[in-house]
Every structure is written in structure tokens, then in C-alpha cells.
Design a protein around this ligand. Structure first.
Ligand code: NAD
Length: 292
């Protein structure tokens, strides 16, 4: 059994507690026992779980695992201190707001013999599973993924990092990508920002990834993927959302990792995909700061 603390009690942190209190029966999620949560605010017990201090969580022997569910800006610092203290870490995506920091954290986790896991619930969605099935074995000609959503919350980082879930979709569907070009637009006073990122697949097929955030914009993904014999322009509503929630599926996966049930090759492949996506995000961020 692994005692766990949840750092950051927003939407994701509250779901983590809820799921650990009622894990999917018979799954590896049952190995994770919530011992407390950490918040910057002084809160009473939440869902019956006590607040603990960071120092307490870092030093307690019955705490073996931390869930880092804070705003993106503080992921790096939180992940580092828990790994240094010899705890396994599950961090909500994106792991960090820089590629180099992610490489350093992974090196540290390996040195300490700790599991470092980045949550990617977007890969469990019915939308993604539908797309993955359609794309299987097809030859892409060109494609666009245009994400829109409300204004980015403060402390969530540059668009290419906060939107890493969309980039992960593209990499999982079409393989490793290279950056070809990018354009950025920002109206800070209005809470509006837009990134138009151009990518190339290994066989030089163009992909465009747009992240557009602003007040009143609907949370939506618009696609246009052209293959040799057909074009996908929309994702139909899922027939069913599945019996196991998205965060619960991630919890089962993380529970299996800390229990030694996931083959090292599988974890290595996942690490490679995560670092590849973060390296692309870094290239866009660098390019944005060079062309303000
Ligand atoms: P949120 O704003 O609801 O929650 C963030 C919480 O972290 C806040 O309560 C804040 O007070 C707390 N916090 C920040 N720094 C802290 C610190 N140093 N110590 C303790 N608490 C601290 O945000 P959210 O939607 O829950 O997102 C959190 C993370 O989960 C982000 O990295 C996000 O990318 C990821 N994520 C969220 C969802 C989702 O559906 N909400 C899905 C996938 C990934």
C-alpha cells in the first residue's frame, strides 16, 4: 500500500481525493491510500481528509506518493521536493513549463529510484479513441487541430505548454513531429491569446496546431485531417463515456506503475513521448520570446 498526499486543492486535486476514497474495485488504484492534502489556504478537512503541512508530508514515512495538482507554474518545484524526499510523484500535465526542467526532474527520479508520472487523461477520452481508430493505417496528407477555450488562467504558462494535451494528441496520432513555423497573437488586456503552430510529420506532411483562448470562446476542438481516401472534419459525440472516469483511469495506471506492474519498456516509451512534446512546446515558447 502507498500513502498519498494531494498538493493543490482545485478541480484536479479534489477529483484525486474523491477517486482515492472510492478506487475502481479490484484495480491498482486500491493501492493508493490518501493521507492528507496540502493547500496554501488554511482549510478544514476536505471530503473527510485532513490538511497537512509540506514539511510533514515530506518527512512522514507513511507518505510514499504525492499528487501535484497545483497551477502549472509551481509543478516543477513541487515535483522536485517530493522526489528529493524519496516519494513517487504523479503530476498533472504539463509536468513543467520548460523542457530542460522536465529532463532534470526525470534524471532525478531515476537517480532516486522513484516513479515520475505525468497525467494525460486526454488520451483516455472517447473522442481520442474514436480518432485513433480512424487514423490507424491511414496516410495523412495534411491536417489541422484548432482548439478554442476561455481565457487562460493565470500561472498556467505559455500556450504551447498549457495546451500540451492537444500536442500529445497529434504526436500520438501521427508520430514524432518537427517544428516548421509559428505565429502568436496576444491582447493581454482582453485575456485573448492565439498560437498558430506549424509542424511536419516524419514524411514531411504539414500539420497546423492552433490554440486560441479568449473570453466567451467555447471549449472545443475543430479538426480537419485529410488522408489519401477521406477527410475527417468532425468528431461525433461519443456513444458512451465509459464506466471508468478519466482521472480514475489515470489513477489505475499510476497505481500499477508504483506497484511494479507496468513493463519498463512501456514507461520508457511514455517518457519519450512526454519529453518530445515538451521539447516542441519549448521550441514554440523560445520562438515566441524571440519574436515578441
Ligand atoms: P485549479 O486552479 O482549479 O487548481 C489549482 C489549485 O492549486 C488551486 O486551488 C491553488 O490554490 C492550488 N495551489 C497552487 N499552488 C499551490 C501550492 N504551492 N501549494 C498548495 N496548493 C497550491 O486548477 P485545476 O484545473 O485543478 O488544474 C490543476 C492542474 O491539473 C493543472 O496543471 C492542469 O493543467 C491540470 N489538469 C486539470 C484538468 C481539469 O480537468 N481541471 C485536466 C487535466 C489536467
Amino acid at each position: 500500500m502507498f500513502g498519498a498526499v494531494v498538493v493543490g486543492l482545485g478541480i484536479a486535486g479534489s477529483v484525486r481525493i474523491r477517486d482515492m476514497l472510492a478506487p475502481f474495485p479490484g484495480s491498482a488504484a486500491e493501492k493508493l491510500i490518501v493521507k492528507g492534502f496540502i493547500s496554501r489556504r488554511a482549510l478544514g478537512p476536505q471530503q473527510g481528509v485532513e490538511q497537512v503541512s509540506v514539511e510533514d508530508a515530506l518527512s512522514r514515512d507513511d507518505v510514499n506518493v504525492a499528487f501535484v495538482c497545483t497551477e502549472n507554474e509551481s509543478h516543477e518545484e513541487n515535483v522536485r521536493q517530493f522526489i528529493e524526499a524519496g516519494k513517487h510523484v504523479c503530476v498533472e500535465y504539463p509536468m513543467t513549463l520548460s523542457y530542460k526542467a522536465a529532463v532534470d526532474l526525470w534524471d532525478l527520479a531515476e537517480e532516486k529510484g522513484m516513479i515520475l508520472h505525468e497525467e494525460h487523461i486526454e488520451l483516455f477520452t472517447a473522442d481520442f479513441k474514436w480518432l485513433k481508430e480512424k487514423v490507424q493505417g491511414q496516410k495523412l496528407q495534411e491536417g489541422t487541430l484548432h482548439f478554442t477555450g476561455g481565457s487562460l488562467k493565470p500561472r498556467f504558462g505559455f500556450l504551447a505548454f498549457s495546451g500540451i494535451a492537444r500536442l500529445t494528441w497529434l504526436v500520438d496520432l501521427f508520430g514524432e513531429l518537427t517544428v516548421s513555423d509559428a505565429a502568436f497573437e496576444e491582447k493581454p488586456g482582453d485575456g485573448y491569446s492565439k498560437m498558430t503552430a506549424k509542424l511536419l510529420t516524419a514524411d514531411n506532411r504539414p500539420l497546423t496546431w492552433i490554440e486560441e483562448r479568449g473570453p466567451g470562446l467555447p471549449r472545443a476542438k475543430n479538426i480537419n485531417f485529410r488522408f489519401d481516401s477521406f477527410t475527417l472534419t468532425e468528431i461525433p459525440p461519443p456513444a458512451s463515456r465509459g464506466a471508468v472516469g478519466l482521472f480514475m483511469q489515470d489513477l489505475v495506471n499510476f497505481g500499477a506503475k508504483v506497484s511494479g506492474q507496468v513493463p519498463p519498456e512501456e514507461m520508457e516509451q511514455e517518457k519519450r513521448r512526454i519529453l518530445h512534446c515538451l521539447s516542441l512546446a519549448q521550441e514554440y515558447k523560445t520562438s515566441a520570446s524571440n519574436n515578441p
